[in-house]
Design a binder for this molecule. Sequence first.
Ligand code: SAH
Ligand code: F3S
Length: 479
Amino acid sequence: MEKEINPDIQGTTLEIESKKNNDKKVLIESYGCAMNFSDSEIVASILSKEGYNTTQALDEADLILINTCSIRDKAEQTVRNRLKAFNSQKKKNKKLKVGVLGCMAERLKQQLLEEEKIVDMVVGPDAYKDIPNLLQEVDAGNNAVNVILSKEETYGDISPVRLSTNGVTAFVSITRGCDNMCTFCVVPFTRGRERSRDPESILNEIAELREKGYKEVTLLGQNVDSYLWYGGGLKKDFKKASELQKATAVDFAMLLDKVATAFPKMRFRFSTSNPQDMHRSVIETMAAHENICNHIHLPVQSGSDRILKAMNRQHSVEEYKKLVDTIFELIPECAISQDIISGFPTETEEDHLDTISLMEYVKYDFGYMYAYSERPGTYAGKNLEDDVPLETKKRRLAEIIEVQQKHSAMRTAQHVGKKQVVLVEGTSKKSENDFMGRNNYNNVVVFPREDYKIGDFILVDITDCTSGTLLGKAIELKN
Ligand code: SAH
Ligand code: F3S
């Protein structure tokens, strides 16, 4: 998923507990979405068996891997700038090897070796198990490329190496790829067709996390609601499955129910939901389990039917509003967040105002908003002129952000005066004496730490808020 679920993780460097006998060092930097972050943990696990421990220090590294994002032009520019910085390190350490992973590797393939001379290895998102072989090629003095996309690979058999993050919250991927072909989006080209992961391996991974003390899991996919396990294979091939496979298939609502039931002391989130695939059964399952958080990330992209059609989104504004109504009917206080793109080709002022009016209807809790960036190879890139002037895109984006800020402030303030369970993720950035955690709705809550611990569920009296953060006082432990 190329959505920056948590922009804080952009450019994160990974560090894991070291294995004693490993004598080589890899520095892994991840850009873009949570899926990349999660994939980097899989790569760290594969490399750990090859004698590598991770490092955060450039001058210690024998190998640098950069896990890249292609979603907008700017994301790619950021990566190219990082490669320049690595270049000067390579001058100091001639043995240093540099590999590019992720969406840019898949999009540019061999071309990346020609454009960025510093790169030794290019590996697409489905080829990480081949890294040990590719490294041998590199050690033999050759460049190495594997960008083959897979119909089956879900890395279900690899136990990701957890990073020294907070030890409380973790990502677990449940699907890979995307079949939706939104006309602006590069993901179907870089991450391939949609496939789901065996529920057993998902449950096993969560059990491992629980043993290590993790308390919250976010189930990840480009389109989690379209999760479907029928024994493996592409989502689009389900029609051809046997009667038995169809009868025993597990959909997303069933998966959610399984994890929430199996791990009652853990809390679950999921991302991302595609409106046309989010069925009532998922919302009912959320409502039925206290340990499934009441937050739905529900990208809409535009509030104009004409633009939604041009984007090849599979729903109308009316259908989206109905879905939002159903969410509020079943979970009245559910938090909903959005992704919106301003300035898609042919977008008029009227289309833009339709987007604002949809925002006024939903009153989203959070949002991730972007100016349209033409991506080579996509349908829109090939067939639609990028005809909204940059100035107009930027102005519309600023207006959208302003409306979102108003709604975020309003929705945040609605929690003041309530008592809410907060999972402590760490100390507050501003004060060592305060903890920060999240409530059920994904709001950040800050409160005096007293004698509580990181990883505790605490009932907090929410007494005040700033524009984006709730402030409170701990009442009691709720583990
Ligand atoms: N289903 C995915 C969406 C991935 S892309 C998920 O799991 O989150 C994340 C967001 O980036 C999209 O929802 C869209 O709002 C934005 N985006 C994608 N392509 C874009 C483009 N060409 N220009 C601007 N924004 C884009
Ligand atoms: Fe991209 Fe649309 Fe899939 S935004 S990831 S093609 S749902």
